[in-house]
Design a binder for this molecule. Structure first.
Ligand code: GRF
Length: 206
């Protein structure tokens, strides 16, 4: 059983997908703590309704990003968190955090990395960029987090077609559906010890 710590900033539909998969026995893990940098993140309500401990940490109450990240690490360490999941978390982790949890931090991004990712590419902006660019396919990517933004080794990806009549909203819905499959699947594989990282490549061990 793997202890999981989750960071969120918003509605938490990816968090809900993880909770549901744990409740259905698909993931051999337990969510020990959900931390949000946003007080009104609906994901906190989802966690509380599932009986999971939550914590809101206001960045403004800390002098530096490093101090803020130290506090998050402290709370996860107290609960023996082994795997950290970024489920719609919109802040950058400190270097110290990424090093402490090397190959133990998983993020979900709503595009096919390396397209439409990096600084400033998050949430609905990504889908608008895909449409404006005229791309014919998009999708979602689950990856380990390294010291770059959306640059860590890729664990899983899945594509979806962009239709001529797609809007930012319809594309977001299509991609979220994929996200809710991919992120629990990646966590399941991690908890089974079936992910092996070799340089930039992630191998799934049978
Ligand atoms: C998702 O699209 C995720 O890929 C991105 O932020 C969004 C969060 O959605 N990083 P939710 O809060 O899980 O519903």
């Amino acid at each position: 059983m793997v202890n999981i710590g989750i960071l969120i900033s918003g509605s938490g539909t990816n968090l809900q997908a993880i909770i549901d998969n744990i409740n259905e026995g698909n993931i051999d893990g337990e969510i020990k703590l959900v931390i949000s940098n946003k007080k009104d993140a609906y994901g906190l309500v989802r966690a509380e309704e599932a009986g999971i401990e939550t914590l809101y940490l206001d960045r403004k109450e800390f002098s530096t990003d490093e101090e803020y990240n130290k506090k998050i690490m402290e709370e996860f360490t107290k609960r023996d968190v082994e795997l950290v999941v970024l489920a719609g978390y919109l802040r950058i982790l400190s270097k110290e955090f990424v090093q402490k949890y090397k190959n133990r931090i998983i993020n979900i991004h709503p595009s096919l990395i390396p397209s439409f990712c990096g600084e400033g590419c998050y949430g609905e902006r990504v889908h608008k960029m895909v449409l404006d660019y005229g791309a014919k396919i998009t999708g979602a990517t689950v990856h380990f987090v390294d010291e770059g933004t959306d640059t860590g080794p890729i664990i899983l990806q899945k594509a979806v077609k962009v239709e001529d009549d797609d809007t930012v909203e319809s594309l977001k819905e299509k991609v979220l559906k994929i996200e809710h499959e991919l992120l629990p699947e990646a966590i399941k594989l991690y908890c089974q010890g079936r992910l092996s990282v070799e340089g930039r490549k992630v191998k799934i061990i049978d």
